[in-house]
Design a protein around this ligand. Sequence first.
Ligand code: SF4
Length: 333
Amino acid sequence: MTAPPVLELARAQVLDRGIGLGEEQVLEVLCLPDEAVQEALQVAHEVRMRWCGPEVEVEGIVSIKTGGCPEDCHFCSQSGRFETPVRAVRLDIPSLVEAACETAATGATEFCLVAAVRGPDARLMAQVRDAMRAIHDAVEINVACSLGILTRQQAEELAQLGVHRYNHNLETARSYFPQIATTHTWDERFQTLALVREHGMEVCCGGIVGMGESLAQRAEFAAQLAGLGPDEVPLNFLDPRPGTPFAGLAPVSTADALRAIAAFRLALPRTVLRFAGGRELTLGDVGTRQGVLGGINAIIVGNYLTTLGRDPQADLDLLQELSMPVRALSETL
Ligand code: SF4
């Protein structure tokens, strides 16, 4: 079988020159027939190996404040506006330090503090301040934060505290965002990302595939991320949570998820592309392997925020089997 023209183009443009595919070409990849998916993953894998190398970045996350969020993101079981089984909880500093040490022991280089909030208030900023100091005293690991929409002053303070990377997802295409949240806008999220970059922190920004967006909007989103140029893109697949407005949506099919992985890698040849939530549901064990051989070069170990992930050892064993070394801390500092 001859390769589809878009994959020939991807070899010449993305693999050879490191220039990501544009929106129209990304859409073509998202529309490839099932028979061409393996070849798309193969090209995406070669792109990742050429422009990022074989290392895989391993990251742990911990929720410092779970549930009770005032926002209404329709996919999120942490919104206080929906009747979901998630209850509001805050973690204390010793528990955070313990989680950071456990994460570092897996070989992970990033440890991300996540809070379910619109943006941090004074109490949360004080908790982050204390946590940053205690973690840095206890263990050598990069600390990232995901605390929602920031003010300029908060971005400045987080940078001064030594936050290495800040996560704030655009979640979906700008044109589709009003269908997933009404309490804030895509542009407000974008402004926070600009502040993060301005203050010298690495930008981590991704989203969720399978929230009812069209394939054209999926391609639009990939192109918008490419325009932003984040250091890391967490790629999630919707795991429809009970009680949320998106509870009734069907999970993305495995073939569509694999097309999305290949397409996002071909749009973003140099970024850290991370498997985040929903991969167990959408891809299972076989798909996880295909993803890591199809352009993914970062994983979260252990549990996600409100759903259980895979056993960390299973992921680490898989990386070893595939001869993909875990990226060392010294390479990221
Ligand atoms: S702002 Fe974050 S925690 Fe709050 S509802 Fe939206 S996704 Fe969930």
